[in-house]
Ligand binder design. Structure first.
Ligand code: C2E
Ligand code: C2E
Ligand code: C2E
Length: 91
């Protein structure tokens, strides 16, 4: 993208997230539920999260943010556009 574009937002697809087996997605499911609870945001099909939260989740999953992002894209939980949200911070 061009330099004037804002970075894409990290938007979790909560309906897809609910279908991923808990042995894989459990930590992310709990993290997202905590954010929803803190915001009082219970009815959304999607949840916008902070860039910092992806970095925290990468520590939880013991992976780099970009590898975790690829995994979440593979689950259908993040849009492929999310790659651009982490790329600028990763190197
Ligand atoms: P906080 O971080 O002290 O933020 C207080 C309020 O500032 C939030 O209330 C929200 O109205 C606003 N705010 C802060 N950062 C942003 C932002 O990047 N975008 C938007 N749109 N608003 C922002 P809210 O939403 O009721 O959240 C209450 C508390 O819950 C937050 O206090 C924070 O401790 C936690 N929280 C909510 N959402 C997230 C999240 O996505 N990630 C993390 N790490 N914590 C969150
Ligand atoms: P957007 O950020 O592109 O979000 C589009 C729609 O996705 C939102 O429509 C909402 O239905 C859903 N959505 C995105 N993130 C969340 C989330 O964390 N929780 C929930 N429950 N739904 C989410 P909506 O609400 O009509 O908002 C339309 C547009 O208004 C948003 O487009 C954004 O540009 C702006 N907007 C709404 N709330 C905020 C906010 O807290 N902060 C900022 N900066 N913009 C907001
Ligand atoms: P957004 O609301 O459009 O905010 C975009 C970016 O502006 C945020 O990216 C953050 O860098 C900055 N920002 C917005 N409001 C605040 C604020 O009150 N304090 C600070 N320190 N920075 C702020 P970020 O952090 O990656 O968040 C991405 C999106 O996640 C936000 O888009 C919003 O949709 C959601 N979000 C993050 N934190 C909160 C929160 O505490 N409450 C709610 N309701 N939404 C949040």
């Amino acid at each position: 993208g061009g330099a004037a574009e804002p970075p894409p937002k990290l938007v979790l697809d909560l309906e897809r997230l609910a279908t991923v087996p808990a042995e894989k997605a459990g930590p992310l499911q709990r993290y997202a539920a905590t954010i929803q609870s803190q915001r009082g945001d219970y009815n959304g099909k999607v949840l916008s999260i902070r860039q910092d939260d992806l970095r925290t989740l990468a520590v939880i999953y013991d992976q780099s943010p970009s590898v975790l992002t690829e995994q979440l894209i593979g689950w259908g939980v993040l849009d492929a556009d999310a790659r651009r949200a982490v790329a600028s911070h990763d190197d």
